[in-house]
Each structure stands twice: as structure tokens, then as C-alpha cells.
Write a protein that binds this ligand. Structure first.
Ligand code: 5GP
Ligand code: ZN
Length: 115
């Protein structure tokens, strides 16, 4: 755990969050400022700064994040109409919280990502 990391503090229970799914190694909770009718963040409990570090450092854990995202998508009723799963990465990617997180977005048409 990194004590100055917002999402590590959510994992530790120090900051409240609306948790929708928890596994041994992952956590899914609702984004505090939702950008779609469904907007859930899916993270590994272990701290990795971004998806590049996670994907190279622990590909099995990256797979568990994807599995949790898929289960939450199903539970939120997104499988039929579809959804977007997105990892903002680094400055150019618009990442603001440097604990890797997948944005699961759905519940309405999201349009093309690169308009
Ligand atoms: P990023 O830009 O790093 O990909 O996305 C960070 C996301 O975290 C944003 O969508 C933002 O709304 C969300 N966020 C920031 N602070 C909090 C918080 O304290 N709780 C929750 N649940 N989400 C947060
Ligand atoms: Zn962290």
C-alpha cells in the first residue's frame, strides 16, 4: 500500500467508496463523477501506477482486472448493448490517479472515442 495513493486508501477502507465487486486481488467501485449511466473503476488491490507497469509486471493480475470488469459489465446489464473499457495512461492519456484503473462505461451510446 502507498499511503499517499487515493485508490490504495480506498482499498484499505480509509476513504469510502461505493464498492460493486471485490475479489481477493481486485476491487470495483463507482466513479465519484460518473461520465455515463454506468461508470465503474476496476483496480488491482496491489499498487501499480498504470496499465503498462501492471501489464509487464504481473500479466496474470492484469487478467484478473479484466475478468472482474467483465463480471461487473454482466452484473450491470451491459453485455447486450456493449460498453467501453479504458485505461488512461500517463500525461498524454489524461491519467489523474496514478493507481492503475480500468474505466468501465456503459448504459447509453458513448459515440466514437476519437471524435
Ligand atoms: P483518470 O483520469 O486517472 O483515468 O481517472 C480518475 C478517475 O477517478 C476520475 O474519473 C475521477 O472521477 C475518479 N475519482 C477521483 N477521485 C475519486 C474518489 O475519491 N472516489 C472515486 N470513487 N472516484 C474518484
Ligand atoms: Zn495505489
Amino acid at each position: 500500500m502507498e499511503s499517499d495513493c487515493l485508490f490504495c486508501r480506498i482499498v484499505a477502507g480509509e476513504i469510502p467508496a461505493t464498492i460493486v465487486r471485490e475479489t481477493d486481488k481486485t476491487l470495483a467501485f463507482r466513479d465519484i463523477t460518473p461520465k455515463a449511466p454506468v461508470h465503474v473503476l476496476v483496480i488491482p488491490k496491489e499498487h501499480y501506477a498504470d496499465v503498462a507497469t501492471l501489464g509487464q509486471g504481473d500479466p496474470a493480475l492484469a487478467g484478473e482486472v479484466l475478468a472482474t470488469a467483465a463480471t461487473v459489465a454482466e452484473e450491470e446489464g451491459l453485455l447486450g448493448d456493449g460498453f467501453r473499457l479504458m485505461f488512461n495512461t500517463g500525461a498524454y492519456g489524461g491519467q489523474e490517479v496514478f493507481h492503475v484503473h480500468a474505466h468501465l462505461l456503459g448504459g447509453a451510446p458513448l459515440g466514437p472515442m476519437l471524435a
